[in-house]
Ligand binder design. Structure first.
Ligand code: FRU
Length: 513
């Protein structure tokens, strides 16, 4: 008996010491691992993160849930991590909201405020938060069945702090046995006074309706003829064409392959929705990319932003499934994009397109800081901003533009505009560590949309990411990269590389304190 007790105690102490040494390991590796930790983009404190989930606003708080695996820095049994923010930039980490259970892992999904308590899950006259997510049943998948993904709900009566899974789960079974049947995004459809769910099903979006978030009725399918890409993480929302009363609907779909610069990316369709069907009304049934960089996936919008605010706010996962699990961060993996406001415009060529803006809350972090442009005519600026800054550049289109960012170790990231081919570009091929994936060291382009003698561009740098806003936001590019030092020297020159004629620039440090 005594021996047994000693053995148990020994095992216990061993386990504790392993845990401690694990912590130590993280501490010791901090300088390298934290070199790439962004200053103003959301990251989990530690371990693996992918898609943003359940983004919802309630009483002054923006909630962010996210695909999270707390036991490793690679993908695994999915949980919903949770954080809240007053401005979508500074986040407070909260305990994990949803854990895997006997029905499966907790895959991507959305959350709503059930204002009218249609679900009956509310308490004390407070509307419940309801999360709608995919249960992914690993056992079922391993056993070779096809119906291992189905939709379930959970609710919270304390402003999202604690969650209860609904007893009647799943609320939408996978009757058609579709291997890919996931990522429900639910919205309240005012006109029909019903909940609408868009769901990714292989190469389609399926639309369902419900009076109470518990019973779901199939309405229709939306797809593209002969598309054989895998569709994920849809979103559907109404939006007015900027400055008019014309109302359109946006259907967002993330594509698991075929993004403009390779791998995974977020796309959209513009059309009409009558409570049953989505119809693409853009010319030629166009499908556009929300972002031309390699690192903006699963971008979806916040639910329940008050009408008095009126914005459509979105955020994506700043990575690409091609290499997300291999990127050289140690303590944590993956960040989210900067939240963006999206607007719809009708362009001169007749197409409806989304333009993306930095959210106005972000202005607080840079606008009133000193512009470090110094001498406007100087081509090169040495800055000491810890790698966080915003750059506005105006230049003569015909001259092209190269912005060259370098670190002490000669990591070099370039971005700009190529006049001959009329494209924006980001080149991360010499920007630091790239050996973890064969095609990571690459140059990415996006067709420029606007004409005119001068062009404007805004660039956001956050140590290991660049977000480029061109064409008044009609073109965005988001790329990650992994320099071995901070990029703190900025060279801004014309396309020919040796003059800075006609270039006007502003460089603002971004401060998160
Ligand atoms: C998209 C995705 C979703 C799925 C989740 C699993 O990145 O593949 O389709 O729900 O990630 O983590």
């Amino acid at each position: 008996m005594k021996v047994m007790l000693w053995m148990i105690l020994g095992a216990f102490l061993f386990l504790i010491s392993c845990k401690e040494s694990g912590k130590e390991m993280l501490k010791n590796t901090k300088p390298m691992s934290e070199l790439h930790r962004p200053g103003f983009h959301f990251t989990p404190d530690s371990m693996w993160m992918n898609d943003p989930n359940g983004m919802v606003y309630y009483k002054g708080e923006y909630h962010l849930f996210y695909q999270y695996y707390p036991d490793s820095t690679v993908w695994g049994p999915m949980h919903w991590g949770h954080a809240v923010s007053k401005d979508m930039i500074s986040w407070e980490h909260l305990p994990i909201a949803l854990f895997p259970d006997s029905l499966g892992y907790i895959f991507s999904g959305s959350a709503v405020i059930d204002w009218k308590n249609t679900s009956g899950l509310g308490k004390n006259n407070e509307p419940p938060f309801v999360a709608i997510f995919t249960h992914h049943n690993m056992k079922g998948e391993k056993a070779g069945s096809n119906d291992f993904q189905y939709q379930s709900i959970a609710y919270s009566n304390d402003k999202g702090r604690s969650w209860t899974k609904f007893k009647g789960n799943p609320v939408l079974a996978n009757h058609d046995k579709l291997k890919d049947f996931r990522d429900p995004k639910v919205i309240w459809h005012k006109k029909s006074q019903k909940w609408i769910m868009v769901l990714a099903a292989r190469d389609k979006v399926k639309i369902y309706s419900s009076p109470d978030l518990k019973k779901w009725k199939f309405e229709s399918d939306f797809g593209i003829k002969n598309d054989n890409r895998l569709w994920e993480c849809p979103d559907l929302f109404p939006i007015n064409v900027e400055g008019t009363d014309e109302l359109k609907w946006i259907l967002i779909v993330s594509m698991q392959s075929g993004a403009p610069n390779g791998g995974t990316g977020t796309s959209y369709f513009v059309g009409d929705f009558d409570g049953h069907h989505f119809v693409n009304t853009n010319q030629g049934n166009a499908q556009f990319w929300l972002d031309y960089g390699t690192d903006n996936y699963a971008m979806v919008s916040w639910s329940d932003v008050p009408d008095s605010d009126g914005r459509r706010l979105m955020m994506g996962w700043m990575s690409n499934w091609l290499y997300a699990q291999k990127v050289p961060t140690v303590r944590w993996r993956s960040a989210m994009t900067l939240p963006r406001e999206v607007r719809l415009v009708r362009c001169d060529d007749g197409y409806y397109r989304i333009r993306s803006l930095m959210i106005s809350e972000f202005d607080e972090y840079w606008k009133n800081k000193t512009n470090i442009k110094g001498d406007a005519s100087a081509r090169t600026t040495d800055i000491d901003t810890n790698g966080l800054y915003l750059i506005n550049i105006t230049f003569l289109r015909s001259q092209g533009l190269n912005m060259i960012l370098t670190s002490q170790n000669r990591d070099t990231l370039t971005a700009g505009y190529i006049a001959d081919s009329n494209v924006w570009y980001i080149d991360r091929s010499k920007a630091g560590k790239a050996g973890f994936y064969d095609h990571f060291a690459s140059r990415h382009t996006a067709p420029a949309m606007l004409k005119g003698d001068t062009a404007r561009i805004t660039i956001l740098l956050d140590r290991a990411s660049i977000e480029l806003f061109g064409d008044d936001g009609l073109t965005t590019m988001t790329d990650i990269f992994f320099p071995t030092g901070i990029l703190n020297k900025i060279d801004i020159v014309n396309g020919n590389g040796n003059s800075s004629d006609g270039i006007k620039k502003e460089i603002f440090p971004i401060s998160t304190n």
